[in-house]
Design a protein around this ligand. Structure first.
Ligand SMILES: [Zn+2]
Length: 908
């Protein structure tokens, strides 16, 4: 049935859309599945929503309404599960579709997959018995990026087609041999943001012009969730509720195939597996070879329908935080599919083709069915492979060089606890020692965690815990070749993500399996703290240096407690307290202090020591001039252009959701003229691509910020925001951004002498002989270039413990370096380099870094602070809150917020 017929009886407005779309695009005149015979008792999308798939962009509530209609029309045949709720309160669901016979034993099927997932409980003979009658689970996920719209419509069509088809042998095979799980919308907040923008912008006909407002999403766009996270990077760090719910559901079902249906740029065609190199070396060989089975079946259907596609060129799965990679580490075959986006109802591509929404919907629908078909056809192979994956994981865990990881008890124990909890949430078995034990030449205290790799999750453990996951040599050689020619590299995302490094947790790799007295660690990421020590007649102390202490500080200040802090370490009753330790004097606080603190210890995880005298034997006394009193800082963050929405949103998330501190986002253009005097701290997040603060703020805005800082404000620049602060015309920071080192310049500058600016321009230049390749390279090199961009590596930075910004901070931090920006160190008469990168030989902690960048980053600043009047300007040259997964940088960032505000001297 073509789209014109479908529209009969609908409103004139919708009819007009379809007519235009159909006339403009003959390609659009198709049935979603030719000659299908559907059960009329199953409602179509049109029946429920009043339009056919692809005619409108479906809101979250309407997609849910459609799936509820399917549930109602086919009782017991398509059960729906709510697996999470978004920040904005929208429900995330999945439905399960399979034959009536399978549905009658669906719990047994689920249990069967769980048994296949653990060969320690299930012998090969038992596994074969299960596999003989076990359908394989296919998991289809849609719309993780909210502005990648077509997949949700495709999810409705897929569910309908599977449920309503009659007499279709292919559907019958799918229903018999697989259980299809459909997750129609992984990011409802982002999607509704997109739909809202689109509907606000559209007129009486869809406009294909790429520059029309309906295709031009205003900041922050619909890709991300409420806190502007890319949910397709969050899979192993689990900061967002959407991800946590999905991981939990996947570990109940263990699908053998997982598809994440995306959209890409609007001028492409369609992408499906096999994926691009580099592959993560921890994947199993058959996981890679099976990708081709899916690709070939999708290709067969695309050939039938005459649809263009490509494979292998982009979209690798090296980073484990994608939907197309994380499920691989429990043995699934995980893939991304990418449809060129109409980013609306109609898009005119550069070659003149009109890409209609309906067309994009159909393509995802076809590959959805093609994927389920591939699983059905290969049911036994995929189940065998899934079981074998677990067997080989355990075998490798017993024979590899690394057979266990130990997280010893450590100064930042809350970080170790959180890491253990995050691993458990992902299906890793973690033991917690109830007695001390010896392993690999060291004795470990009770409370240490042990992760033996001889378990099904071995490959996940290795990819998340190893200090480094190497890229393939061929791939690297090709990137170096490209770089030499000034071609962009093909590294898709960060090359370093080791969780112990990012969280600054000490983890010891050991070459043997550890046995001893262990209890299973649970999934909690915060362990309740406690009040210990004496009676608390004089004061309470909270040792600084952990995220839990910082969360305590934020909450204590908001509850009106009086909190002060030293900037130096001290000794009290024989115990050494780190610099930055919080002091709560009983005399300064209300009578119920002890009960308030007991509550805060439990909720924040902070450990509190009650003391009955103030006598300090070494270091400053509680009343010393080196003790500052905290205020409850009002914190604002620049919002909207020119900021990077990721960095603005993720920073806000860290402060609001990890440290319970409400902050005020202010649209950047407002900063130019607004009275900021009520704020103590203002954060300027990294800028978006090709954007800058100077042009948005203007001279008036810069003057306003300078005035506010001089009067006592704390201005914090993150990442590329420092280009603005360090611009010589702005000069809020006296550091300067560096060009790439030009080694030929360095040699020549001595001999060539200074070029006079006043010389007349010549029509010709001196001739020269070029005698080798290196000389040629110098001649064609860009005259003034930035360092080559870095996709993302972890590097070491050393902290100055003498400055309050470094109080309680670990001596060495792991910083994720990305992009091109390198700054000169701060001169000591201007300010302090509180954290600086290590020397070139000790710089790199994990990942692949260009040689020139490694040499140039050495000794350059990560965190600088400069006093300015009564206030401070603090620069973080790299983002400490990326994806909210650099927990190891929490303390220094919280110092910037809370200690910055405490040390500034505004007139109060
Ligand atoms: Zn996407």
């Amino acid at each position: 049935m073509n789209s014109i017929l479908r529209c009969v009886g609908m409103t004139a407005v919708v009819l007009a859309y379809s007519l235009v779309a159909t006339v403009a695009n003959a390609q659009d005149d198709f049935a979603f599945w030719p000659n299908a015979n559907y059960d009329p008792a199953i409602p179509t999308v049109d029946d429920v929503l009043g339009y056919s798939p692809g005619e409108r962009i479906t809101w979250h509530r309407d997609a849910i309404r459609y799936f509820e209609a399917l549930v109602d029309a086919a009782p017991g045949r398509i059960p729906m599960t709510r697996y999470a709720e978004s920040w904005e309160g929208r429900e995330l669901i999945y439905v399960v579709v399979t034959s009536a016979e399978n549905m009658a034993r669906i719990e047994e099927i689920k249990a069967g997959m769980q048994r296949l997932a653990d060969p320690r409980e299930t012998t090969r003979a038992e596994a074969q018995d299960i596999i003989a009658t076990q359908p394989a689970v296919t998991w289809l996920s849609y719309g993780v990026h909210g502005n990648e719209i077509s997949s949700t419509e495709a999810s409705m069509l897929t569910a309908y087609h599977l449920l309503a088809s009659r007499g279709d042998a292919r559907v019958a095979d799918i229903m018999r041999d697989t259980v299809v799980v459909i997750d129609p919308m992984q990011n409802p907040d982002g999607r509704d943001r997109f739909v809202h923008h689109f509907e606000m912008s559209e007129g009486i006909v869809p406009d294909g012009d790429r520059i029309s407002a309906e295709h031009d999403e205003p900041w922050p766009g619909g890709r991300t969730n409420h806190y502007l996270f890319d949910l397709n990077r969050d899979w192993f760090i689990l900061t967002q509720p959407e991800t946590r719910g999905r991981i939990k559901a996947l570990l109940e079902w263990y699908p053998v195939a997982y598809v994440d249906a995306h959209e890409m740029g609007s001028d492409g065609t369609y992408y499906f597996a096999p994926e691009a190199i580099p592959y993560n070396p921890h994947l199993a060989a058959d996981q890679r070879s099976s990708l081709t089975l899916f690709g070939q079946n999708n290709a067969r259907w695309f050939d039938t329908f005459g649809i263009d596609y490509f494979t292998r060129e982009v979209y690798d799965a090296f980073y484990p935080g994608y939907g197309a990679s994380w499920p691989s580490y429990f043995g699934s075959i995980a893939m991304t599919y990418e449809q060129a986006s109409a980013r609306g109802l109609l898009f005119r591509q550069y070659d003149g083709n009109d890409l209609s929404y309906r067309y994009t919907v159909r393509n995802h629908f076809i590959t959805s069915l093609g994927t389920a078909e591939t699983v059905a056809v290969n049911r036994k192979k995929f189940l065998d492979d899934f079981y074998d994956y677990q067997v080989s994981a355990i075998d490798e865990g017993e024979s590899d060089d690394i057979r266990s990881y130990i997280l010893p008890t450590q100064a930042d124990q809350p970080a170790a606890n959180k890491l253990a909890g995050l691993l458990v949430q992902q299906g890793v078995e973690v033991g917690r020692a109830s007695e001390s034990f010896k392993a690999c030449g060291e004795t470990y205290a009770p409370g240490s965690y042990v992760i033996n790799t001889s378990q099904p999750a071995k490959r996940l453990i290795r990819t998340l815990m190893d200090a480094d996951v190497p890229l393939e040599d061929d791939f690297l050689a090709e990137q170096e070749r490209r770089r030499a020619k000034n071609l962009p590299d093909e590294i898709y995302d960060v090359t370093a993500w080791s969780m112990p490094l990012m969280m600054n947790v000490r983890a010891v790799a050991c070459n043997r399996t550890i046995s001893g007295s262990f209890t299973n660690a649970g999934p909690e990421i915060v362990q309740p703290g406690a009040v210990t020590g004496g009676g608390g007649s004089v004061a309470y102390l909270v040792p600084w240096g952990t995220a839990t202490a910082a969360r305590f500080l934020s909450n204590a200040l908001q509850q009106g407690l009086s909190v002060k802090s030293t900037d130096n370490a001290f000794t009290h009753m024989g115990t050494r307290y780190p610099s930055g330790t919080l002091i709560l004097d009983v005399a300064d606080n209300a009578e119920n202090l002890s009960s308030v603190l007991a509550g805060l210890a439990a909720t924040t995880g902070a450990n509190i020591v009650a003391v009955d005298n103030s006598w300090v034997t070494d270091g400053p006394n509680f009343g010393s001039g080196r003790v500052v009193r905290f205020n409850t800082p009002k914190v604002a963050i620049a919002w909207d252009s020119p900021t990077s929405s990721y960095v603005a949103g993720n920073t806000r998330f860290v402060l609001e959701r990890q440290f319970d501190l409400p902050i005020t986002p202010i649209r950047t253009r407002r900063l130019a003229s607004s009275d900021l005097s009520q704020y103590q701290v203002l954060i300027l997040p990294e800028t978006g691509r090709d954007q800058d603060y100077a042009s948005v703020l203007g001279e008036q805005g810069t003057a306003n910020l300078k005035d506010w800082v001089a009067k006592g404000g704390v201005l914090i620049g993150i990442g590329t925001a420092n280009r603005y602060l360090a611009d010589p015309n702005i000069d809020l920071l006296s550091i300067r951004r560096e060009n790439a080192v030009n080694e030929s310049d360095a040699e020549e500058s001595a001999s060539s002498g200074a070029d006079g600016d006043d010389e007349p321009l010549e029509a010709t230049v001196e001739g020269s002989y070029v005698t080798d390749e290196a000389q040629y390279r110098n001649l064609v090199a860009a005259e003034k270039d930035t360092p080559d961009p870095v996709a993302g590596v972890l590097v070491n930075a050393d902290v100055d413990p003498d400055h309050w910004l470094g109080a309680g901070v670990a001596p060495t931090l792991k910083v994720l370096v990305r992009g091109t920006d390198i700054y000169t160190p701060m001169r000591i008469d201007k300010g302090v380099n509180v954290a600086r990168f290590r020397g070139a030989d000790e710089l790199l902690a994990s990942g692949y870094l260009w040689e020139e960048n490694r040499k140039q980053l050495a000794y350059k600043p990560f965190v600088v602070v400069q006093k300015n009047g009564k206030g401070y300007v603090i620069g973080f040259t790299q983002d400490p809150n990326v994806r909210a997964y650099l927990d190891g940088l929490n303390v220094i960032f919280m110092n910037a917020i809370f200690r910055g505000a405490a040390h500034a001297r505004p007139v109060r």
